[in-house]
Ligand binder design. Structure first.
Ligand code: B12
Length: 140
């Protein structure tokens, strides 16, 4: 009898544990660091932490940060060919006339590389340092 009871309890526990995993599991969170730099206006660089779901895109980390951090805001504009262009950060928008835009970089050990896709496609790696830098471009 005691044996049956233990077996029954074990099954019940297993069922509960599995259900817990299914309802609360979901994809793991990938932490990233995010800096905002604007060398054109002498602003002090800002640094934030955010996260993206495993395999998720940078846009998710920006959205999560915007929801939780009052001082971080951004907008995007849809491009028919390349998806989402990061248009403004914290109220500062890129401008065709001024030839300015938000450049997106990844920093590792002091080395900076430019992302080869936009915020809607780039999948950050764990603990990656992403930099949004207000920059100028020139016509050739
Ligand atoms: C010029 C150019 C830019 C200029 C556009 C300024 C301007 N008004 O001309 C600037 C410097 C702003 C730019 C920025 C970026 N660019 Co760019 N750009 C180009 C380039 C060389 C030519 C585009 C062009 O003039 N086409 C001719 C015009 C008539 O067509 P259009 O449709 O009107 O062009 C517009 C779009 O291309 C858009 N655009 C330009 N780059 C990007 C990037 C993204 C992600 C989006 C959504 C839109 C977009 O701006 C153009 C002008 O409005 C292309 C490569 C190529 N040879 O096509 C890369 C290209 C489109 N860019 C690219 C990238 C990766 C970027 C950046 C993400 C780089 C970065 N890490 O910062 C950023 C965007 C960041 C952000 N804020 O979201 C990639 C996109 C790849 C992809 N599959 O997503 C391309 C294909 C280059 C490459 N092979 O790596 N870019």
């Amino acid at each position: 009898m005691a044996l049956e009871m233990t077996a029954l309890l074990s099954v019940a526990f297993l069922l509960l544990a599995t259900q817990g995993t299914l309802t609360h599991g979901g994809p793991a969170a990938v932490p990233i660091r995010l800096s905002v730099q604007n060398d054109l206006s002498n602003m002090t660089p800002e640094s934030y932490s955010s996260s993206v779901v495993e395999g998720g895109v940078l846009l998710g980390a920006l959205r999560r940060l915007q929801e939780r951090q009052q001082h971080f805001k951004f907008t995007v504009k849809e491009d028919p060919d390349y998806g989402l262009l990061l248009q403004s950060v914290n109220g500062v928008a890129g401008s065709e006339r001024e030839q300015t835009y938000w450049e997106i970089l990844s920093e590792s050990s002091g080395e900076y590389s430019r992302l080869d896709v936009g915020v809607g496609c780039y999948k950050p790696k764990a603990n990656e340092h992403i930099i949004l830098r207000f920059s100028t471009w020139s016509k050739h």
